[in-house]
Design a protein around this ligand. Structure first.
Ligand code: UDP
Ligand code: MG
Length: 323
């Protein structure tokens, strides 16, 4: 055991915020995050060159104008514009890859995850943790549906052997070392909260209560949410594929028992099992099971197809900073 941990130098901090059509939330968010940097700098917890990085993920409203103008006036703000909408994970990744600071914190633009917790995260880093997970201790403000589906999802993922931090989304701190390790994961189907667990390093948790979105509306409608959930499963678990084998074994066994039963009646009694239904129903059943299995295999194949192409995850069309 070492006698004491070496003192950690005051780090520079980059806060990364993906923004998609966030014109309503942004003015307040920029203000709050800039104030927070000032506070942490004054408290001597981060260096004065720390910055807030806002990534415009191809918004169609005034998000870019707001970011662009702010970055020109304020040297704490860096505005990054993606060439088109690439989705939350890619936008966040683009922001993370642009930073050069010692530590990064990723946070949503709607401030549902209270930025005041960033101070606790930095404290955890100063204690020697390289990854700090923001964990929602209560989901009081989420709708019943969102809470139910989200928690059910975390449980399902766990049962499938995927190592996720329960109720952790993308509010987290990464040290430079952890971020560089994360960048080595080249997959096109980004599911950052899964990859971060793979990366490892000493980690800790900061718990907080998630607030309701104050301004604007969720950019994750049900369809996007489902596709994100499925992306997480296919990127981290082969259990659905294995389930096909199990399903095949079960239905094979059931068919075998059925055949024995039909033969038994034919051999040991004077009559055969009559009717079309006994022929047609198993056929329909097995047909649909086969289609379902083909579908699952197809889903994985499409993911492999995307990965094999190895397309770039984003293109940056503009970066604005004061100097
Ligand atoms: N977002 C993004 N690109 C997208 C969709 C969302 O950059 O295509 C950003 C959005 O601006 C926000 C974050 O991702 O900062 C999370 O989105 P949101 O708050 O709408 O999701 P929810 O909290 O409802 O799950
Ligand atoms: Mg939100």
């Amino acid at each position: 055991m070492s006698s004491g941990t070496p003192a950690i130098a005051i780090p520079s901090l980059a806060v990364v915020v993906p923004c998609y059509n966030e014109e309503e939330s942004l003015p307040k968010t920029i203000q709050v995050l800039n104030d927070l940097l000032d506070k942490l700098i004054a408290a001597n917890k981060i260096t004065p060159d720390s910055k807030n990085y806002f990534v415009d993920d191809g918004s169609r409203d005034n998000t870019w104008q707001i970011l662009h103008n702010t970055a020109l006036q304020n040297d704490k703000v860096v505005a990054i514009k993606l060439s088109r909408n690439k989705g939350h994970q890619n936008a966040l990744y683009a922001g993370l890859c642009t930073t050069t600071e010692d530590i990064t914190v990723s946070i949503d633009a709607d401030l549902q995850d209270d930025p005041a917790n960033i101070e606790n995260m930095v404290d955890e880093y100063l204690q020697g943790n390289e990854v700090v997970y923001g964990v929602r201790s209560a989901r009081k403000t989420d709708t019943f549906f969102k809470r139910f589906t989200a928690e059910g999802y975390y449980h399902t993922m766990r049962t499938m052997g995927v190592d996720l931090v329960f109720n952790h989304a993308d509010f987290r701190l990464l040290s430079r070392r952890a971020l560089e390790a994360l960048k080595e994961y080249k997959e096109s189907n980004l599911f950052l909260r899964g990859i971060v667990r793979e990366v490892g390093f000493k980690s800790s948790v900061v718990e907080y209560e998630r607030q309701a979105r104050e301004l604007g509306e969720s950019k994750y409608p049900l369809k996007k949410m489902l596709s994100f959930a499925w992306k997480g499963i296919t990127a981290f678990s082969a259990v659905p594929l294995r389930m096909i084998t199990v399903l095949g074994l079960c239905s094979g066994f059931a068919s075998f028992v059925l055949i024995l039963w039909v033969l038994g009646i034919r051999i040991f009694s004077d009559h055969a099992v009559p009717g079309w239904a006994s022929i047609l129903l198993p056929l329909l059943f097995i047909g649909s099971v086969q289609l379902l299995c083909l579908g699952v295999i197809g889903e994985y194949m499409s993911k492999i197809y995307e990965e094999v192409k190895g397309r770039p995850k984003y293109h940056i069309s503009d970066v604005v900073r004061k100097h």
